[in-house]
Write a protein that binds this ligand. Structure first.
Ligand code: NDP
Length: 430
């Protein structure tokens, strides 16, 4: 693999960027070709994936270069339609790399399935009967999906919880499963359904449902970083003022759900972009993380930013459930997903989960840094203006003339862009 300098990647033209990727040696001959030919999901494949297919739907596939996580540098593929997300993450990761990047801890990698039993007349007796049969239940679950056991995974443990809801009582059985490189929805669902008859027999109740939970609290990953406050400004006093504002912004997201929602949206700007690029189920990831944001009873910001004891550094931390997969589901069907995995150096599921949470924290830092200083709009509007220009039908060769003219306008909307574009085309500007 060739060690390249990724500085200035955003200034390159599209053909130059593709050439740079080729020279990086990250891609195989096959994936390099897929990228250069911009190969999309074949319609015939799409037609097999879901029902009532009419066409396929594309989104920009971009790159955040040089992200330093756990001492390793990644070139990170992003699939997103939102202007400024890639630029903001690239800027933040470049800054963070100078100060050691991010570190992560994978706390676990198991999925949870649940079977809710209702109509259990004696909860204590039923619980004892089930817990006495734990070994048999784990064996039954594993027999229903033997291939995951062969791969070194399988059902690991189980527990019970009585729950009261309105005027009903449930006895809920939870199963923890090591799903290895898969997200595990189908394998866990298979196991849960296999356990229903035995659990109904042991409890005397009836199963309401048997399914995986997306609240993947046994797949938690923490990303952290320590950054000197001078990262916020060269001026010492200003750096201190901005660092204090950053800590306040973090506290606000803990206290106010209106802010927490937007704070977390910023985190997901990065997370979803990478989850999508790797062909994963982003609804599953979103559902788990937003449930985790409410784990203390109210919806809160998922990341925190605090000072170190000397107030010389700011410490960012983000913990999320991240049951990401490198195998299974529809991963591998989309040619660009194959390119994404090659760009990332073919990480395993734990490594990919770490990188995704680290990207979430990086994107969060980018958003907060802008919010506490220049505000979000100055950078955002530049890219939003470009979107409007494209919507107005401006060609690539017209953009260098059109965008500087638009930047002089106080308020830019589609009408304004169209009228300036018409003047350019009528040679009224030169
Ligand atoms: P799959 O049903 O695709 O199962 C995983 C597949 O990957 C298996 O075929 C397995 O092979 C194969 N595999 C190859 N190598 C490995 C490895 N090292 N470790 C683990 N598996 C390996 O996927 P999941 O069970 O992960 O389910 C995910 C899918 O389910 C997603 O498409 C998701 O959208 C969907 N889904 C999600 C739900 C939710 O989130 N609530 C609910 C229902 C569906 P083998 O069988 O030989 O072991």
């Amino acid at each position: 693999m060739t060690k390249l300098n990724w500085a200035g990647f955003s200034k390159k033209t599209l053909p130059e960027r593709l050439e740079h990727i080729s020279r990086s040696g990250l891609l195989s001959t096959a994936t390099d070709r897929l990228l250069k030919e911009n190969q999309q999901l074949p319609l015939e494949t799409a037609n097999q994936m879901v029902e009532n297919v009419l066409a396929t739907f594309s989104l920009p596939f971009a790159l955040v270069p040089d992200v330093l996580v756990d001492g390793k540098v990644y070139q990170v593929p992003f699939v997103t339609e939102e202007p400024s997300v890639v630029a903001a993450c690239s800027y933040a990761s470049k800054l963070m790399k100078r100060y050691g990047g991010l570190t992560t801890t994978v706390h676990g990698r198991q999925m949870i399935g649940q079977i809710a039993l209702s109509g259990v007349s004696d909860m204590e007796k039923a619980s004892k009967a089930i817990l006495d049969q734990q070994a048999k239940l784990l064996a039954l679950a594993n027999q229903s999906y033997p291939s995951i056991v062969k791969r070194g995974g399988g059902a690991v443990s189980c527990r019970l919880e009585p729950l009261a809801a309105e005027d009903n009582h449930f006895l809920v059985f939870y199963l923890s499963v090591d799903t290895q490189e898969a997200m595990g929805a189908n394998m866990v669902n298979t196991m849960m359904e296999a356990l229903v008859p035995e659990l109904e027999r042991l409890s005397g109740g009836q199963s309401v449902m048997a399914i995986l939970s997306n609240y993947a609290t046994e797949s938690l990953v923490t990303a952290s970083c320590r950054l000197p406050i001078r990262i916020l400004s060269r001026d010492k006093k200003e750096a201190k003022r901005l660092a204090e504002k950053l800590v306040l912004a973090s506290q606000l997201a803990q206290a106010d759900p209106f802010r927490a929602s937007t704070h977390n949206k910023g985190i997901f700007n990065g997370i979803d972009a990478l989850v999508l690029a790797t062909g994963n189920d982003w609804r599953a990831i979103e559902a788990g993380c937003h449930a985790y944001a409410s784990k203390d009873g109210g919806y809160k910001g998922l990341s925190t930013w605090t000072f170190d004891s000397q107030q010389n550094e700011i410490i960012g931390q983000l913990t999320l459930p991240m049951p990401i997969a490198t195998k299974g589901g529809s991963i591998g069907l989309n040619p660009m997903v194959q390119v994404a995995f090659d760009l990332l150096g073919q990480p395993n599921a734990k490594e990919l989960a770490s990188l995704i949470v680290a990207i979430g924290l990086t994107q969060n830092f980018a958003a907060l840094k802008a919010l506490i200083s220049t505000g979000i709009q100055s950078g955002h509007m530049k890219l939003q203006t470009k979107s409007l220009a494209l919507q107005a039908g401006a060609t690539e060769s017209e953009l260098p003339l059109l965008l500087p003219l638009l930047s002089k306008e106080k308020h830019v909307n589609l009408d304004k862009v169209q009228s300036i574009l018409e003047k350019i085309r009528a040679n009224k500007y030169s």
